[in-house]
Design a protein around this ligand. Structure first.
Ligand code: NDP
Length: 500
């Protein structure tokens, strides 16, 4: 038998007993001097950090990005060098549920990736859908309130959701995807991932290209129908954790093919004039026919974390983490998230969240950020604690400066909702669904609208009608059918009660 390590206090002193607390006599009171008892209880009180306000329930694993195709004409990023393999971390999640929520719920899934590149960490903080409910971060906190609990009832509120969605028709595209057959993937490996936002790539010549990132599942799409998901949840709230952990333990490593769409910088204006859609609107996609997918490589998840809390719960993904060759775009939601994500981590984990092992880059970090709670990542040149300095502190490198962005315009709060076209893209999606898929979509939406006040339902149905009259009509019919079922069910119940 191998010799077991000696138990110590957190200060490294050996512990004589970990079974019985110190008492005054066999039946006497406890002593405050029992440091190890006090430390264990006090530490227990601090075992949780605040859960994420959104995407609280998550599942993650480590893996590898392997680049197979040359995209150096678009980006100088070293992570895209053909043949390169980069270590990475993925965290998948649901948006609305709290940490104890069931995994197999109908919800958008987070699809966050951290690539530990040789030029620092590159994070993509995406979803399993290419679009989002809102296009402006000004509306993000409002939208999230509708997904969380009602202040008085402490229950999720279908009224709040549909009230908000019906007043923000840009949400129609995402709502249609959410209510479609892709709304409940059976596990994280059976869904696509999207960077969703428009980012930019820039090459060695200083040319910029707008880009969208796509990760297509190699396992194939597989989703639950509503009743199947209910049966799963009845048995396990942890079906994703079980599936992801299990498949990696068994060596069945999930993979996704990595693609980009590319739009030359100067084409964005012409795209908007031609289609009516901004290339930077998170509620819209770029049609594949105009911007075909360009292969980059493959990601594979092949290692489970050893400590879920340290490596997945405390993982911190920032869309602001880019590396030379990758940049941002004027996508309003992206711009908002560049602030709100790192700020969430500073609040949730602390100022030095990036120094935690899971978040720490694999390259040396040289920064003048100092002090704060648990500053264990601090550099060790005590004289160079400001910049510029004469004491050999780190200096900037102009060779990694990105090409300038061309922005100009009148400062205002521009209306993007109004008469804008929020209907054509959901229409294109609706056109992809066969009749059976449409019927399931109608029935899911009708079910999700139960109990919502009539005027909100009518306002939302008006939007579905504008997508396609068959869409609105289908939901109306499904609502009538479900209404009948409910009436039938209550008749049966009252009959049963009367018969007793
Ligand atoms: P395409 O016919 O070239 O592509 C259709 C896309 O729709 C495919 O990417 C397919 O994904 C995806 N898809 C199929 N069913 C669903 C669903 N229930 N939920 C979400 N995505 C689904 O069409 P276009 O590029 O012209 O786009 C048409 C519509 O397709 C868009 O309005 C948008 O709603 C949707 N879409 C478009 C994407 C894009 O980047 N252009 C990305 C995803 C969706 P897969 O190949 O994995 O089966």
């Amino acid at each position: 038998m191998t010799e077991r390590p000696r138990l110590t206090t957190t200060a490294g002193a050996p512990v004589a007993s970990n079974q019985n607390s110190k008492t005054v006599g066999r039946n006497g009171p406890l002593l405050l001097e029992d440091y190890q008892l006090i430390e264990k209880l006090a530490h227990q009180n601090r075992e949780r950090v605040p859960e994420r306000v959104v995407h609280a329930k998550g599942w993650g694993a480590y893996g590898t990005l392997t680049v197979t195709d040359d995209i150096s004409r678009y980006s100088r990023a070293k992570v895209f060098e053909v043949g390169s393999k980069t270590e990475m971390l993925a965290r998948f999640s649901t948006v609305a549920g709290e940490q104890g929520a069931a995994d197999a719920e109908r919800d958008v899934r987070g699809f966050s990736l951290k690539f530990y590149t040789t030029e620092g960490n590159w994070d993509l903080v995406g979803n399993n859908t290419p679009v989002f409910f809102v296009a402006d971060p000004y509306k993000f906190p409002d939208f999230i309130h509708t997904q969380k609990r009602h202040p008085r009832t402490n229950l999720r509120s279908a009224t709040a959701m549909w009230d908000f969605w019906s007043l923000c028709p840009e949400s129609l595209h995402q709502v249609t995807i959410l209510m479609s057959d892709r709304g409940i993937p059976v596990d994280p490996s059976r869904m696509n991932g999207y960077g969703s936002h428009t980012f930019s790539l820039w090459n060695d010549k200083g040319e910029r290209f707008w880009t969208k990132f796509h990760f297509k599942t190699r396992q194939g799409h597989k989703n639950y129908l509503n009743h199947e998901a209910e049966a799963v949840i009845a048995k396990s709230r942890e079906s994703y954790q079980e599936a992801l952990y299990g498949m990696i333990e068994e060596g069945r490593f999930p993979q996704w093919d990595f693609y980009i769409q590319v739009m030359p910088e100067m084409e964005a204006e012409a795209f908007e004039q031609r289609t009516g859609w901004s290339a930077f609107d998170l509620t819209k996609v770029w049609p594949h026919a105009d911007y075909p997918l360009i292969k980059v490589g493959t990601i594979e998840l092949n290692r489970n974390p050893e400590n879920y809390f340290a490596e997945i719960e405390q993982s911190a993904f920032n869309p602001s983490n880019v590396v030379p060759g990758i940049g941002f775009s004027p996508d309003k939601m992206l711009q908002g998230r560049l602030f709100s994500y790192p700020d969430a981590h500073r609040y949730r984990i602390g100022a030095h969240y990036d120094s935690l092992p899971v978040n720490k880059p694999k390259v040396p970090v040289a920064t003048y950020n100092r002090d704060g709670t648990v500053p264990f990542g601090m550099t060790s040149n005590p004289d160079a604690y400001y910049e510029p300095n004469s004491f050999n502190g780190p200096v900037e490198d102009p060779s990694v400066a990105e090409p300038p962005h061309r922005y100009s315009g009148v400062v205002d709060r521009y209306e993007y909702r109004g008469e804008a076209d929020h209907y054509s893209q959901p229409r294109a999606l609706f056109a992809l669904f066969d009749e059976a898929h449409r019927q399931r979509l109608f029935s899911t939406i009708a079910g999700a609208m139960q109990g919502v006040p009539e005027f909100i339902v009518e306002r939302q149905l008006g939007h579905f009608d504008k997508v396609d009259p068959a869409y609105g009509a289908g939901i109306r019919a499904a609502m009538k059918g479900q209404g009948k079922d409910d009436a039938q069910a209550s008749l049966t119940t009252s009959h049963a009660v009367a018969a007793e």
